[in-house]
Design a protein around this ligand. Structure first.
Ligand code: HEM
Length: 526
């Protein structure tokens, strides 16, 4: 084809043009031919290169979908053990090639060595609508826009220094929860508290306060944000048929349905943000210490080239990424502590050491936490066993890439099974046991700072897309867990009658890994 074209244009130039034109044309066309040849030979080479291993039994249309059970993280771990190679396994989920990563070396290849190729996100129609483009940070494709928005976030909103400025607000929120628990503990007979509800309310209010300041309870705004975040998670978190079967007629119908739902939801977020932005503009500039996230974004948006819609998209991220992750970790942590009484006792001893100087504290404050390594280790151990995002967020390759001799084609969806990595018996001693001590080993191999040298432990991901909210998350979780340990002893309901058993740890899978049952516990004032 290219040769025919070259011949044709050469004839044309010779008949109608000058000889210089003809020579230039020939050179240009020869270049074109060379390029075409190089492309064909690369494609042939790629085709010859092997794709990562896949399980047998791929079906028309649905691909390997029927092999994946409802507990996806467990199914994928088991399939990888059988069919994967070095932690790499390629499944066709519907029409979408999906690479599952289940070993530290494979995670290293994807998140460190070839991070620039895998740092994008797959397209999602719901994310496009709810997150204005998407122009948030979590779902935005890898681009200059994402780099700028993320820089703003990490430099001004989620830096250790800024997170520290919210400490009084956090303490106030913890105090409110302690008051509610104390009330239940002093009732006769003692009442169980719904710790799931209290903890999710707490992490919601901590994020609301950081986003919009102390007026976060005005007219029930905190509850409204909680409701909107829940709907967001439901819409983005499940298996979205239309993302995996983009060319099917049924996907078209679903696409329209999802689009209607997403637009309705986006309108609710949008109206609320308009009201809040208006209020913030009216109330004028604040100093760096008292500025909330809306203040910061409004002040900095021009410097970073953001529109008001971009600001709203980033705010949606704060709610969706910031609330459930910390809440689930706190809830799983408490459940593990109840089922592992010796760990609970050890943690209570560490926290209660604060009172050894003779005075009882009304609250454990953040400045008390630096002398509590076991508390931090307990949270890390909880994250190892129960990473709230078992597959991180989906990554997406933007070019062909070779890992371990396998070709990973461009536009492959990549899911890293952080849940499986945290429980791999070749990486962890007694992986199913809850042992915070493993994070206290002095020169142990585990990276206790979690800056990610060790890719066995990835609850926050790693590389360009690593969670920027780690400081915020730890600050939220540590002070709450310390106070729960300091003020109360904990029983399971019906323990006194001897009919109570341990806490049920059954999980239900989604974008996040939730416990199936509410966590009901009976507090006793210590
Ligand atoms: C226990 C607490 C938390 C955990 C376990 C957690 C975990 C994660 C994970 C696994 C990712 C995806 C990483 C990847 O794709 O490779 C992520 C991304 C993200 N997280 Fe967190 N997170 C937590 C708290 C927070 C908080 C408190 C905030 C903000 C207030 C936050 C904001 C974000 C954002 C904006 C992203 C997207 C980053 C990007 O795509 O560049 N996270 N987080």
């Amino acid at each position: 084809m290219a040769l025919e074209a070259a011949h044709y244009y050469l004839q044309l130039a010779i008949t109608h043009g000058t000889s210089t034109q003809a020579i230039l044309l020939v050179v240009f066309l020869l270049l074109l031919i060379r390029l075409a040849w190089m492309r064909t030979s690369t494609q042939t080479k790629c085709r010859q290169q092997q794709l990562p291993p896949s399980p047998p039994g791929k079906l028309p249309i649905i691909g390997h979908l029927h092999l994946i059970g409802p507990q996806t993280h467990i199914s994928i771990r088991d399939l990888d053990a059988k069919y994967g190679r070095n932690g790499l396994m390629l499944l066709r989920v519907g029409a979408t090639p999906t690479l599952f990563v289940s070993s530290p070396s494979a995670a290293e290849a994807v998140l460190r060595t070839h991070d620039h190729i895998f740092a994008s996100r797959p397209p999602s129609m719901a994310a496009e609508i709810i997150r204005y483009g998407p122009t948030d940070i979590a779902f935005a494709p890898y681009s200059e826009y994402w780099r700028q928005a993320r820089k703003l976030l990490t430099t001004h909103m989620l830096s250790a220094k800024k997170v520290q400025t919210f400490s009084n607000g956090r303490l106030e929120e913890v105090r409110l929860v302690m008051d509610k628990i104390r009330e239940a503990a002093t009732t006769v007979p003692r009442k169980a508290v719904d710790l799931s509800e209290l903890l999710s309310g707490y992490t919601n209010d901590v994020v609301c306060r950081a986003v919009l300041g102390p007026s976060h309870r005005k007219e029930g705004r905190n509850r409204l944000f909680s409701e909107l975040t829940e709907i967001n998670v439901a819409l983005l978190g499940g298996f979205n048929f239309e993302d995996y079967f983009p060319r099917m007629a049924m996907a078209d119908v679903l696409l329209r349905l999802v689009s209607v739902k997403a637009k309705r939801l986006n309108k609710r977020w949008n109206d609320l943000f308009d009201e809040l932005i208006h209020e913030h503009i009216q109330s004028g500039e604040k100093d760096e210490n008292s500025a909330d996230f809306i203040d910061l974004l409004l002040t900095l948006k021009e410097e970073y080239g953001l529109t008001t819609d971009n600001v709203k998209a980033i705010l949606v991220d704060m709610f969706e990424a910031g609330i459930e992750t910390s809440y689930l970790t706190l809830e799983y942590g408490m459940a593990e502590l109840i089922n592992n009484r010796h760990v609970l006792k050890k943690l209570q001893n560490e926290v209660r050491m604060c009172t050894l100087e003779g005075k009882r504290l009304d609250m454990i404050r953040e400045e008390n936490l630096s002398s509590m390594p076991y508390l931090k280790a307990t949270i890390k151990e909880t994250l190892r066993l129960h990473p709230p995002a078992p597959f991180l967020l989906p990554h997406f390759s933007t070019a062909d890439c070779n890992i371990d001799g396998y070709l990973i084609p461009s536009e492959t969806r990549v899911l890293v099974n952080a849940w499986a990595l945290g429980r791999d018996p070749s990486s962890w001693e007694k992986p199913e046991d809850f042992m915070p001590e493993r994070f206290l080993q002095e020169a142990g191999a585990v990276d206790t700072q979690m800056k990610g040298k060790d890719l066995r432990f990835l609850p926050f991901g790693f590389g360009r897309r690593i969670c920027p909210g780690m400081n915020f998350g730890f600050a939220t979780m540590e002070v709450m867990l310390a106070n729960l340990m300091y003020h109360f002893d904990w029983d399971i309901p019906n323990m006194a009658e001897g009919t109570g058993t341990g806490v049920d740890m059954a999980e239900s899978f989604g974008l996040t890994l939730r416990r199936k049952q509410k966590l009901l516990l009976v507090p006793r004032i210590s």
